[in-house]
Design a protein around this ligand. Structure first.
Ligand code: GDP
Ligand code: MN
Length: 436
């Protein structure tokens, strides 16, 4: 698609944090028209967007007193408490597709599992629960990917688990999609990782491969070429509540690009230079910025001011990508692809430990319309140690009782890792909050 880059005039002035007074024009594009967010913006509009990206959410937070910080944090926890106290069954959307509707199970979609052979029993428990809560009513196909060949045992056990007519694909990932690329010096990688010893999984090359694969490669795998949506499922996760509507058709009919359930802060050391790199990219491609992006969420400096400081301006808020439902057209779009190529050239997938979660989240927050990102408040889900547990209306047996409504983590000390209050307060509209 055609991107016009007008001359950018940078004027330093007090930023206007509201986007309400921004005008923008949608341009039509030939390909990816469903997700193309390319808009033609004037220098003034671009200047406003750049200012937003350079400004912390709360300016006084630079010297926030301890008590103020606590008060802000307590307010956020209260917002969470109130939100989770509201019972929920499903979105109040008129166009939900039910199990026996003719459109049920017909979206262009697959459930995607990246696993090793030895993860068999852990992926089996995830799939059993997903089938019971959702997919036995809709019959979406599965796609299993692995950097090694799946064993016959793995394939047989998975096939045995699923109904006989269910489509299941097993694929191997090419080394060029998975392995450390030639641009990375293994010695430099080793020494950098010695400095990052406190960052989880930093010393495992395979983990870096996985993060890079989920950031920039998986949607190029030939087995995914025919699909528009994926639902990513990991080993050892739990689904607690019945989902009685077709999730993929919900995405389709409501024009959503991305669905998430959990929203966290990241380890700032793992993404130390990601924000600065990203800003360099954005300065080269300001037209990729979406006027209705999720900027406040990126700029939160209240709850984890040290994260904001260490990264030079990024809250580290991210969608927890072990659960994600993605419209792949967004990943296949020019802004996302260009961003991935740029990040690859920055080498942070190996010389730091950039996760696919912050990478995906930055792309979405910057290049996508925030109204096209959906919090599945109704989905009961856990990937240890974090949980999204909805409260059901009295008398409902939708959820199986294996999670405590409103619970987030097994230890209170982890509560501050929850970035969802920022999303609720600054990104979602009142209408969206009432749409469940
Ligand atoms: P964590 O959730 O961040 O602790 O990471 P996981 O260990 O759960 O890995 C994330 C996803 O990538 C899961 O679906 C894993 O099965 C998968 N994964 C991680 N490393 C590898 C690997 O080396 N090979 C394969 N095939 N899958 C991997
Ligand atoms: Mn995991």
């Amino acid at each position: 698609c055609l991107i016009l880059v007008p001359l950018v005039v940078v004027i330093h002035r007090k930023p206007d944090l509201s986007l309400k007074n921004l005008r923008w024009r949608e341009t039509s594009t030939e390909d990816n028209s469903d997700v193309a967010e390319d808009t033609l913006k004037s220098p003034e509009e671009l200047d406003q967007l750049m200012s937003k990206l350079e400004t912390p959410l709360v300016i006084e937070a630079v010297d926030y007193g301890k008590n103020d910080y606590k008060a802000a944090f307590n307010e956020r926890m209260e917002l969470l408490r109130k939100t989770f106290a509201e019972p929920i069954t499903e979105p109040k959307s008129k166009n939900l597709v039910r199990p026996y509707d003719s459109l049920a199970g017909t979206a262009s979609a697959t459930i995607l599992c990246l696993t090793r052979n030895q993860d068999l029993s852990d992926i089996v428990t995830s799939i059993q629960q997903l089938e019971e809560q959702f997919n036995n009513q809709f019959g979406y196909p599965y796609t299993f990917l692995n950097d090694e060949e799946f064993s016959d045992h793995f394939k047989n056990e998975i096939t045995r688990l699923l109904p006989i007519d269910r489509e299941v694909h097993f694929g191997k990932i090419d080394p060029e999609m998975w392995d450390m690329p030639d641009s990375i010096d293994p010695e430099v990688f080793k020494s950098k990782m010695e400095q990052l010893e406190d960052v989880q999984h930093a010393n495992k090359a395979s983990y870096h491969n996985m993060c890079r694969f989920y950031s920039r490669s998986f949607y190029h795998h030939p087995l995914l070429a025919k699909y528009k949506y994926i639902w990513r499922v990991e080993p050892n996760v739990n689904f607690y509540c019945k989902i009685n509507y077709d999730i993929f058709q919900f995405m389709e009919h409501n024009n959503k690009i991305y669905g998430f359930v959990l929203n966290l802060y990241d380890s700032p050391e793992s993404v130390k230079s990601l924000w600065k790199s990203t800003m360099n990219f954005v300065k080269k491609h300001p037209q990729y910025l979406h006027p209705n992006g999720s900027y406040e969420w990126l700029k939160d400096n209240v709850q984890k001011p040290q994260n904001y400081e260490i990264t030079g301006g990024y809250s580290t808020c991210h969608f927890w990508t072990n659960f994600e439902i993605i419209n792949l057209d967004f990943l296949r779009s020019k802004p996302y692809e260009d961003y991935m190529n740029f990040l690859e050239s920055e080498k942070g997938f190996y010389y730091e430990r950039w996760g696919d979660a912050p990478v995906r989240s930055l792309a979405l927050a910057l290049f996508a319309d925030k109204s096209r990102i959906h919090w599945f408040r109704d989905i009961g889900y856990q990937h240890f140690p974090y949980t999204n547990c909805p409260k059901s209306p009295a008398g409902s047996d939708r959820c199986n009782g294996n999670c405590q409504p409103g619970s987030f983590a097994p230890w209170p000390s982890l509560r501050s890792e929850n970035c969802l209050p920022v999303w609720l307060e600054h990104i979602m509209t009142q209408e969206e909050l009432e749409s469940y």
